[in-house]
Design a protein around this ligand. Structure first.
Ligand code: ZN
Length: 92
């Protein structure tokens, strides 16, 4: 499946919304390097930025697993638009 324009726009909106949420949450915390919550937030932010970049630069490959190149089902993308891998590769 190659995502159509409308689906790509929806994913982009979801990602931007999440990024905004994460940014304000990160700001609230006094960030200590070892704080596991802060580390998780940073990792999530990185995934979101990666996904947004991919949407801009590599649209045709968006929605495919980065490991096995299988399609990621639309339902799973909507649930977590920043995911890089299919459910099998991410072990879920
Ligand atoms: Zn995979």
């Amino acid at each position: 499946m190659v995502l159509d324009r409308e689906q790509l726009e929806e994913i982009k909106r979801l990602l931007e919304y999440k990024a905004k949420e994460l940014r304000s949450e990160t700001k609230k915390k006094k960030r200590k390097k070892k704080d596991p919550h802060a580390v998780a937030l940073a990792a999530e932010m990185e995934d979101i930025e990666h996904a947004l970049k991919k949407l801009d630069e590599d649209r045709d490959r968006f929605g495919f697993c980065e490991k096995c190149f299988m399609e990621i089902p639309w339902g799973e993308l909507v649930e977590n638009p920043a995911r890089r891998y299919c459910s099998r590769c991410s072990g879920r």
